[in-house]
Write a protein that binds this ligand. Sequence first.
Ligand SMILES: *Cc1c(COP(=O)(O)O)cnc(C)c1O
Length: 391
Amino acid sequence: MKDKQVEKLIKAEDKRQKSVVNLIASENYVSRDVLAALGSTLTNKYAEGYPGRRYYGGNEIIDKVEQLCIDRALKLFKLKNTDWHVNAQLLSGSPANFALYSALVPLGEKIMGMKLTSGGHLTHGHPLSMTGKLWKPVQFELGGESEVIDYDALMEIAKKEKPAIIVAGFTAYPRTVDFKKFREIADACGAILHVDMSHFAGLVAGGAYPSPFPHADSVMTTTHKSLRGPRQALLFVKKDERGFDKKLDKMVIPGLFGGPHENNIAAVAIALNEASKPEFKKYAKQVVKNAQTLAKELKKLGWHIISGGTDSHLILMDTWMDGAGVSGSDASKKLEKAGIIVNMNTIPGDKRSVMDPSGIRLGTCAETTRGRKEKDMIKIAQKMDKILRGK
Ligand SMILES: *Cc1c(COP(=O)(O)O)cnc(C)c1O
């Protein structure tokens, strides 16, 4: 690199990434091929429009790149192009959810989603997010002692509030989601069922988590979490008489965006192909095994694990324990000093603030990519315990 200033920073970050234990649940390490596509000359090309229908000339190769990405997305999740439509141009998860609501939900109608503090995402109707300002949020929380979704309570809320869309799929929920129950709830009030599988898409691809596709009307995923691709998002909508496919494509361009990032789209295509390999199935299973081992060991050491464990890559850990432990912010700082990177997180029914909540969120996608197994998780849990107890 000629720019030594930036090169030095990139090298330093590369070294940092290699030297820490990364338990950030939304991060992963991409392959060399993904990096190569991201840094390719595809970034030079303007391609407003869609394959075969562009505003600019010179897109005959770019068309093939984007179509390949779309075809691989359908194939990976075992979908037929007669039933599902894919838009591959979404720049990240948040703009993807925004595009979907903009396309399918009239402004001012109700979006029903899980509260941020219970594990939902900002873009599921949080009052500080534009999704909670342009549409009316109907936010639900986790059911009491069990710390899992109370589907009967959701059914009641849905029937009373009659939201136009219900969002299932969360950022800090460790358990499997019953998509069939969500379908019944959506049907009971005539809502669209949108599944945000950003966190667990890689596990779905690897057969380690239930697929939402048999039940959803639309599915969004980021591609940079468990799916192990570049920062980007994919939107899938059902193809039927409602015309969601056409509405979505028109909202993405000209409604919201200009030229797609075709270098990213090529990198997504690579990641989707990598995720279709038998090794990725093994990877996804190992991710879950590692998370379950980490949760079990932390529990054994006396920590409160939300919902008692995990079915995914993600663990929500109560570090505060009603004042007997440390706050989430202190926990994350202490762990970082010892080279373990996590993020602070609210826990269901949290009485502390979002900026210094009662817990931390852990995930095993990144460390599993680096080849870590159960025995490593036990060691990490023991080290975390020592640090948090100040031993
Ligand atoms: C990460 C995430 C998003 C947002 O993705 P960005 O790429 O950070 O904008 C949206 N929804 C869920 C459930 C997520 O986990």
